[in-house]
Ligand binder design. Structure first.
Ligand SMILES: Nc1nc2c(ncn2[C@@H]2O[C@H](COP(=O)(O)OP(=O)(O)OP(=O)(O)O)[C@@H](O)[C@H]2O)c(=O)[nH]1
Length: 308
């Protein structure tokens, strides 16, 4: 009797400084917009998992917030969350954008990685479409040197472009190869085990961040209070009711968020609604309010309320 083909399963996590391309890479691998990307740093706040299903493997991607030097209580919470996550996954992949030099931010992250002994470490040179072959070559050498300097031996160093789709499937094969043998951990077709409400909250947050000044992103949190299909509707005409609150820290920010005669909030609402409808495939009624939760980043009680 022949041995059944081996099946691998496990968890991988992308880390790297803000804007390194972690979310985009997760999306490229998973093939659906479950993780939120934005051109502004540090928008990835919740741990959202995307799942790559293959006949021979199941790769579960745990997306973590950018590891950074904490300045607030929220920062510390995030770093704790990141470290706990990283000690539990099978593979950590550190992303180094190829269009930027390896710098102090990368050094900090790699030195933190070096403390997590058990986990296999992979280095990824991201955004290779933005660099010349010479720059990429030098970048790979710099990554190698940084690892050697801080006592990390990279299991692989892989250049990819999530945007151009270059080397994404090679990366997938390499990550799968580093997973332990194991059974399928999630049912087929499940893209993410993040509750839909968390994904919806992230989509609203993404819309709310669009075009606001730099200091605001850290001060926005979104909570979905209620979400459910409206009753008494024909089965072929469903409507999903969503009641969500955008929390800001100060009255002045509330004003910015709402805009002149509510114009900005209306735009945020319609942008978010379009995204949610595209993702869930159901028409949506979105009720959006803005509330002030004073200094929520520094207040443990508020942080708990907002799900951190
Ligand atoms: N040209 C190019 N741009 C990319 C690529 N990957 C990501 N980007 C862009 O880089 C920016 C940041 O990408 P994200 O995927 O949000 O980065 P992130 O590391 O998840 O960022 P944080 O959530 O802030 O930690 C976005 O504007 C992306 O469109 C790539 O392969 N090529």
């Amino acid at each position: 009797m022949s041995k059944p083909p081996e099946h691998r399963s496990g968890f991988a996590s992308f880390v790297g400084r803000p804007n390194a391309g972690k979310s985009t890479l997760t999306n490229a691998l998973v093939g659906s917009k479950v993780v939120i990307t934005s051109s502004k740093p540090q928008t990835t706040r919740t741990v959202v998992r995307g799942i790559v299903h293959r006949p021979d493997a199941q790769l579960i991607l745990v997306d973590t917030p950018g590891l950074h030097r904490p300045r607030t209580l929220l920062g510390e919470r995030l770093n704790d969350l990141v470290k706990t996550t990283l000690a539990e996954v099978d593979v950590v992949a550190v992303c180094f954008p190829a269009n930027e030099k390896v710098g102090p931010g990368d050094r900090f992250i790699v030195s933190e990685m070096a403390k997590i002994k058990r986990t296999t470490k992979v280095a990824i040179a991201t955004k290779t479409d933005l660099a010349t072959p010479e720059q990429i070559g030098q970048h790979l050498l710099d990554i190698q040197a940084l690892g050697a300097d801080l006592g990390i031996e990279w299991a692989e160093i892989v250049p990819v472009s999530a945007q151009a789709g270059d080397q994404v499937s090679l990366l997938e094969d390499l990550l799968v190869g580093l997973l332990p043998e194991g059974p399928q951990l999630y049912p087929d077709g499940e893209l993410s085990d993040a509750p839909e409400e968390a994904i919806v909250a992230e989509l609203v947050r993404e819309a709310a961040l669009e075009g606001v000044r730099d200091e605001l992103p850290h001060s926005i949190a979104v909570v979905v209070d209620e979400m459910g299909l409206r009753e008494d509707r024909d089965e072929d005409k469903p409507l999903l009711d969503i009641y969500a609150v955008v929390y800001v820290e100060r009255d002045s920010q509330k004003g910015i968020m709402i805009g002149k005669k509510g114009s900005r909030l209306r735009k945020v609402g319609s942008d978010a609604r379009a995204q949610i409808e595209a993702l869930l495939g159901t028409p949506v009624y979105l009720d959006l309010r803005v509330k002030v939760a004073k200094d929520w980043q520094r207040d443990p009680r508020q942080l708990r309320k907002l799900g951190f």
